[in-house]
Design a protein around this ligand. Structure first.
Ligand SMILES: NC(=O)c1ccc[n+]([C@@H]2O[C@H](COP(=O)([O-])OP(=O)(O)OC[C@H]3O[C@@H](n4cnc5c(N)ncnc54)[C@H](O)[C@@H]3O)[C@@H](O)[C@H]2O)c1
Length: 261
């Protein structure tokens, strides 16, 4: 029996960054629950079963509009939008990008803000706007504990011990905290139009990081471990479905207690 509170079958979802580690979990999990799911990603890879992949750069409004138009023609206006695509500095980022704050490059700041903030804003404009015209919809904007609180720089001490310079860069934190208030802004803007907008805040996801990092991270988390990607899905199903019909402008924190300390 499907619990009507959590029933998503027959509805339409767009997951940005649907080819990434977490995006695949959301896209596959929603498709398994009977949703028609589209991924908007610059990466062109094999999509999970039941997921349609669109090559869309979320910093390009015309590309978002075109893909959304195609989806609307075939499936109708999306019911759910997960703004999940995001950029962080990769481990092999140029040294200036992971060096001292004082010299953090403007170009790196612009690139991260462009995808994480402007890309989210553009998807909300195009898809959220269409949802508002239908008087229904749920938008989930993905943030991070590093957008709620400062990164703990000590977690990266192992890199100094290896003789590397590493400062967790500032742009990711700034961009992810912007998500919290973009969410509140839109939640109130669209509250009477029936579009709910919430933030999903996650702690670090285990993904083959060096064991020394995983151990240091685990010690910083009350639950004593990193997040398993599959554990982010429950909050997504809750926020996407009618189970959260009176929840808007909120921040659902899935962090093993990270922010409780
Ligand atoms: N992994 C973590 O530890 C963690 C923790 C907290 C929050 N988050 C957040 O979760 C989200 C997903 O993270 P992930 O770890 O799965 O990342 P990921 O790098 O595995 O996936 C991100 C996806 O976004 C896509 N993307 C990048 N730029 C794009 C653009 N301009 N247009 C369209 N797609 C683009 C990438 O191609 C990739 O498939 C991000 O917003 C991230 O900040 C992740």
């Amino acid at each position: 029996m499907t619990d009507p509170l959590f029933d998503l079958s027959g509805r339409v979802a767009v997951v940005t960054g649907g080819m990434g580690q977490l995006g695949r979990v959301y896209a596959a999990g929603l498709a398994e629950r009977g949703m028609r799911v589209a991924s908007f990603d610059i990466a062109v890879e094999t999509a999970p079963d039941g997921v349609r992949a669109y090559e869309v750069d979320i910093t390009d409004r015309a590309a978002i509009e075109q893909a959304t138009h195609e989806i609307e023609g075939e499936w109708g206006v999306p019911h759910v939008l997960i703004n999940n695509a995001g950029l962080d500095s990769p481990p092999d980022a140029p040294v200036e990008e992971v060096g001292p704050f004082e010299n953090y490059p403007e170009a790196a700041f612009d690139a991260v803000m462009d995808v994480n903030v402007k890309g989210t804003l553009l998807c909300c404009q195009v898809i959220g706007g269409a949802m508002a015209r239908e008087s229904r919809g749920s938008i989930i904007n993905v943030s991070s504990v590093y957008g709620l609180l400062s990164p703990v720089q000590d977690l990266y001490a192992f890199r100094h011990e290896r003789g590397e310079t590493f400062v967790k860069p500032v742009a990711y934190s700034v961009s992810k905290s912007a998500i919290l208030n973009l969410t509140r802004y839109l939640a109130t803007y669209w509250a009477k139009a029936g579009v709910r907008v919430n933030t999903l805040t996650l702690a670090g996801v285990e993904n083959d990081q060096p064991a020394v990092f995983v151990e240091a991270y685990a010690q910083r988390v009350p639950m004593g471990r990193m997040l398993d990607a599959s554990e982010a899905l429950g909050a997504v199903v809750f926020l996407a479905s009618d189970a959260s019909s009176y929840v808007t402008g909120s921040n659902v924190v899935v962090d093993g207690g990270w922010s409780a300390w």
